[in-house]
Design a protein around this ligand. Structure first.
Ligand SMILES: Cc1ncc(COP(=O)(O)O)c(C=O)c1O
Length: 330
């Protein structure tokens, strides 16, 4: 890796060392660390045809003592294991997850940028059976590997413009909670339409008028001393960032609500002078929303800029991740 990876587009540069374990139909092999370029899968691989794949996304942050520490990896391990259940992939034991995640960070620590950069960690499980006749059954074999990518700070260059989609869901209701590639493919059509028609950055899915999440992040309504977000359901991904922001807000004595949020409430919140909204996810932590496109009209959110409360929460979470601010998550 010669040029500065923090200047490259997010996720386009990879750590060279890839921990991997294979499932042979009965058990998982002991993890080995191999060069990322040495791994190959055939064109008939089950995952490539029948979407038997799931993944995770978390970050390792360099701490003041020089070590690299992942942020709340147990949450990603739980979510990954839940995803395998829904996809009928073999469910890896927690110890195997810990071992593969840990090896990924250990063997790529040298290329981990200093803060505000970090090591993005992408655990992946795919069905590997080489058989295009297996549409109606799970893959008998699988691979579990952890890609790493040194990344710079990921901050949206401007307050985001978000189209609110009130008819179609992001994916099927029972699959929103699964982190699988097909969900992202399904969200592409509304996302590309929002970019083309409104020059928007993302889509907020609110089927039936109730808010769920955006194409790649959870959604928060923020005000002075107050965070509001939709209550967890099977229909959307249970984000680690969402949970972390709620816990930080509660520790400050703020009101942190998880309940149904309607389009009407969204409109009312946007009209408040101190009303803020943000996308919450691992990549950007919090991305401020400046405008909504609601029922064909552009609605300014608060001042139209990323708000001070959003910025404060983002700074606090960043400091916790980088080991600069002590915090114990539940
Ligand atoms: C669809 C979707 N929702 C929510 C999130 C936020 O999850 P997390 O905070 O764990 O990154 C993500 C990913 O980052 C996502 O892809």
């Amino acid at each position: 890796m010669t040029s500065d990876p923090t200047k490259a587009p997010f996720g386009s540069v990879f750590g060279e060392n890839l921990p991997i374990s294979y499932y042979d139909g009965e058990s998982w092999s002991d993890p080995v660390v191999v060069p990322i370029d040495s791994v190959t899968f055939g064109p008939a691989t089950h995952a490539l045809h029948y979407s038997s794949e799931c993944f995770e996304g978390l970050k390792g942050h360099r701490q003041p003592d020089g070590t690299v520490k992942m942020f709340r990896p147990q949450k990603n391990i739980t979510r990954l294991r839940n995803s395998t259940e829904r996809l009928f992939l073999p469910k890896p034991p927690v110890e195997l997850c810990e071992s593969l995640f840990g090896l990924a960070v250990e063997h790529n620590a040298e290329v981990t940028p200093d803060p505000p950069g970090s090591l993005y960690v992408r655990p992946t499980i795919i069905g590997t059976e080489h058989n295009i006749g297996a549409a109606g059954r799970p893959s008998r074999t699988a691979a579990f590997y952890v890609i790493t990518s040194p990344v710079g700070e990921y901050l949206p260059p401007h307050a985001l413009r978000i189209v609110v989609e009130t008819v179609h869901p992001r994916t099927t209701p029972q699959f929103g909670v699964v982190k699988s590639g097909a969900n992202y493919a399904m969200a592409l059509s509304p996302l590309l339409a929002a970019k083309r028609d409104w020059n928007a950055d993302q889509v907020l899915f609110a089927p039936g008028g109730l808010i769920e999440e955006t194409g790649a992040a959870n959604f928060l309504l923020i005000d002075e001393g107050h965070v509001l977000t939709s209550a967890l359901s099977e229909a959307f991904l249970h984000g680690v960032t969402r949970d972390s922001v709620l816990q930080v807000a509660r520790s400050l004595g703020w009101k942190a609500e998880e309940r149904d949020v309607s389009i009407d409430e969204l409109r009312e919140w946007a009209a408040r002078p101190t009303g803020e909204m943000a996308l919450a996810g691992t990549a950007a932590i919090l991305g401020g929303v400046g405008e909504l496109v609601l029922e064909g009209e552009i609605v300014t959110v608060g001042t139209g800029q990323t708000g001070p409360t959003t910025t404060m929460l983002r700074t606090m979470l960043t400091e916790i991740q980088q080991g600069l601010r002590p915090f114990t998550f539940r």
